[in-house]
Design a protein around this ligand. Structure first.
Ligand code: ZN
Length: 134
């Protein structure tokens, strides 16, 4: 099974918790055990699994990436001024694979799935969900 979900982003950079949207798709798939792949389409986005809690880890992730990869110093900035967004995307990566166990996402209590926007806001970001039954 494969499904594309769409997301609007409202900030230049942010991490969006998409766990509930994805859990809905896994429920719809109605399989007991398998694998879910989450793939973000775009060269300035990413998918990460991280703690949700009070939002501090999310802010720390953004802070770390901004410290590691500053804006405005990259060769690609001469092209369309978003060199940092491409590098952040490359570091985070476009996808994650999560086991489906007994019909549910096999995340721990504190793990959530985040879509990472590094060059927003954007009207229509696409996330491809592929579910394989075992
Ligand atoms: Zn670019």
């Amino acid at each position: 099974m494969q499904k594309i979900i769409n997301l609007t982003t409202f900030e230049h950079e942010n991490l969006y918790d998409i766990t509930d949207k994805i859990a809905d798709v896994v429920r719809e798939a109605d399989i007991k055990n398998g694998l879910l792949n989450i793939y973000a389409r775009g060269s300035t986005v990413g998918i990460i699994i991280q703690e949700k809690s009070d939002g501090s880890v999310k802010q720390d992730m953004l802070h770390l990436l901004r410290k590691l990869i500053p804006q405005g110093v990259w060769e690609h900035d001469k092209n369309d001024n978003n060199g940092d967004a491409h590098l952040k995307s490359g570091l985070v990566g476009p996808s994650q694979t999560i086991p489906i166990i007994d019909g549910r996402l096999g995340l721990s209590q504190w793990q959530n799935i985040f879509f990472c926007e590094f060059d927003g806001p954007r009207m229509n970001r696409e996330i491809v969900l592929t579910i394989i039954k075992i």
